[in-house]
Design a protein around this ligand. Structure first.
Ligand code: MG
Length: 157
């Protein structure tokens, strides 16, 4: 059986917070205003994984009202989500994701994001695609108020 899932996430950017995407620390003067580390790429992939397995969503698995997840490393959350879908007998075939960010320039970080996500999900970097685009200066991403990410995941089991 093969199953497809999609995920989406957005967090606001604020001064004085680290910017982490796909588990990679990005040099920038703003970061995510979030309960966890706010890694929208990891969060979109988590929702795509859980969606493909029809096992709910990130908010059900890791409630942002739970102090256990304050400042949480989102790759650890992704690993837990993988464990959930593995319990149901699924393995990841591939991931394709898009980050929407006006700034900073993320292209230099994409290979490292793929490597980190692949390692976390026990697959090869070639099974992971992370792309980035601007929002043409419009909307919250375009105005630099937020960064968002979308992901599609294919599972087989
Ligand atoms: Mg989130």
């Amino acid at each position: 059986m093969i199953r497809i899932g999609t995920g989406y996430d957005l967090h606001r950017l604020v001064k004085g917070r680290p910017l982490i995407l796909g588990g990679v620390s990005i040099s920038f003067d703003k970061g995510f205003d979030a309960h966890s580390d706010g890694d929208v790429l990891a969060h979109a992939v988590i929702d795509a994984l859980l969606g493909a397995a029809a096992e709910g969503n990130i908010g059900l698995l890791f409630p942002d009202t739970d102090p256990a997840y304050a400042g949480a490393d989102s790759l650890a959350l992704l690993r837990s989500a993988l464990d959930e879908v593995k319990k149901s007998g699924f393995a990841v075939v591939n991931i394709d994701a898009t980050i929407v960010a006006e700034a900073p320039k993320l292209n230099p970080y994409l290979d490292e994001m793929c490597t980190k996500l692949a390692s976390c999900l026990e697959i090869e970097p070639a099974q992971v695609s992370v792309k980035v685009k601007t929002n043409e200066g419009v909307g919250p991403e375009g105005r630099g108020e937020a960064i968002s990410a979308q992901a599609a995941v294919l599972l087989e089991g």
